[in-house]
Design a binder for this molecule. Structure first.
Ligand code: SF4
Ligand code: SF4
Length: 439
């Protein structure tokens, strides 16, 4: 069995992050596979629901990867409050030889580097990949998709997500990839008031989307409706230039952001208090001096929890990362060997406090009842919502397709195949993706 080929052809990407093609993580040299069930973002219950509904399938997906790569140790990494809900205890062995690893209820353990350290005690050195510490990490839903692809020949056509925020009820849904958000809202009677925005993802790291045009992608973990005036959102509404201007003007160099940064607490040479002093012109002029920006995971602790001056080091650093990417500058690997700081465990942010700081505590309501299936007979399957080259359309307008049919092929290099998420006819192919309508 060529598992790499199966994952690429099934269109599997990391369902909980930036959309890294899952086949590309398969490399020799690992002795540990982590199932990332940390689900760090408040208001999201997606992985929690998948574990409740499909635990055996998830563990089977993990076992398939572990066997293919001859990995001995598979750990299901789950936060303490969720472990209690499932009745898991630390060290317990589940089916398929998977061991439970209970994590503390702190944010941000969904960050791969923090997750690996917390679960294994191994520290991925700055700029290096997890495989350098013998570890591979997959999200819960990704492993569900791996099992479905290998056992049943199913490609990724559906997405699990949490529909929540400032609405009457939190729901976990399974919907076709490419489902227009406006159709979801119509189905559930949701109107987005002027005072609110729609977020694709969690309140900390998700992005604001326009509800009339946004669609569900393979990385959409949640669709949240949230007020504009809570800290989590007001920072997202500020423009990139404004973030830099505010930081340059009012930072008092208190260093709180660096002292609380989860990557800095692991010993990474990331100092947001220094990075916020630079204008983008300076970064463009001497990008090599700002490579430490590439060590930021975008967790937002610095803007929401640390800074008392309403500055977002996270946003300033995101702009710097963009400049470095344009200049094709990477972090120089193996530059230094680092160790976590002695006070790391005292500086972590409990998840309940994180919810309050973001302003979303009152919206954190667990879904009632089973997850729901939803399909509206229309989908726009994006071809570019993964890391790597966009997939190349393999159908024409007017073609009739069935759910699961190949509609776009992986481009050369890092890329994936894409599949019809509903039965129907292709009605458009453009920069948004391949539009399919049930007819
Ligand atoms: S977002 Fe801020 S706190 Fe988080 S890793 Fe980046 S600099 Fe550190
Ligand atoms: S916490 Fe805020 S004010 Fe303090 S150094 Fe960081 S950005 Fe500047």
């Amino acid at each position: 069995m060529d598992i790499k080929k199966i994952l690429r052809e099934a269109g599997i990407v990391g369902a909980g992050g930036a959309g890294f093609p899952s086949y590309a993580k398969l490399s020799d040299g690992a002795d540990t596979l982590l199932i990332n069930a940390a689900e760090c973002e408040p208001l999201l219950f997606t992985d929690f629901t998948i574990l409740g509904e499909e635990l055996d399938t998830v563990l089977d997906g993990a076992r398939l990867i572990a066997d293919a790569l001859k990995i001995d140790r598979v750990l299901l990494c789950v936060k303490d409050h969720n472990a209690q809900s499932f009745g898991f205890s630390d060290g317990e062995t589940l089916s398929h030889g998977v061991t439970v690893r209970v994590l503390p209820d702190v944010y941000p353990l969904g960050d791969e580097i923090n997750l690996i350290y917390e679960s294994t005690g191994r520290l991925v050195q700055p700029g290096c990949l997890p495989i350098t510490q013998g570890v591979i990490v997959y999200n819960v839903e990704t492993l569900y998709n791996v099992s479905s692809a290998v056992r049943d020949g199913k490609s990724v056509t559906d997405k699990w997500l949490t529909l929540g925020g400032d609405i009457d009820k939190t729901r976990v849904l399974r919907v076709p990839v490419g489902t227009p958000i406006k159709k979801l809202f119509k189905q559930y009677g949701i109107t987005v008031p002027e005072s609110h925005v729609v977020v694709d993802g969690g309140p900390s790291m998700g992005r604001i989307v326009y509800p009339l045009t946004a669609v569900v992608g393979k990385t959409t973990k949640g669709i949240l409706i949230l007020p504009r005036d809570i800290p989590a959102i007001s920072m997202k509404l500020r423009t990139a230039d404004r973030h830099v201007a505010v930081a340059n003007a009012v930072c008092c160099q208190c260093t709180n952001c660096t002292e609380m940064c989860p990557r800095a607490l692991l010993g990474y040479p990331l100092e947001p208090h220094r990075l916020v002093r630079a204008s983008n012109e300076v970064v463009r002029a001497m990008p090599e001096a700002f490579t430490s920006a590439l060590l930021c995971c975008g967790c937002g602790i610095c803007e929401i929890s640390a800074c008392g001056q309403y500055i977002s080091p996270k946003a300033v650093i995101a702009g710097q990362k963009k400049i470095l990417a344009e200049a094709r500058i990477r972090y120089p690997q193996g530059k230094e060997k680092v160790e976590p700081t002695a006070d790391r465990s005292m500086r972590r942010v409990p998840v309940s406090r994180w919810r309050s700081l973001l302003g979303v505590a009152k919206f954190h309501r667990a879904p009632q009842g089973d997850f729901e299936e939803f399909s509206c007979g229309e989908a726009i399957v994006p071809l570019n919502r993964h890391i790597g080259a966009p997939s190349v359309a393999a159908v024409n307008v007017g073609d009739r397709v069935a759910k699961g049919d190949l509609i776009a092929r992986a481009a050369d290099g890092l890329s994936i195949d894409q599949h019809a998420s509903i039965d129907g006819v292709v009605t458009a192919i453009d920069e948004n993706g391949i539009r399919i309508k049930q007819k």
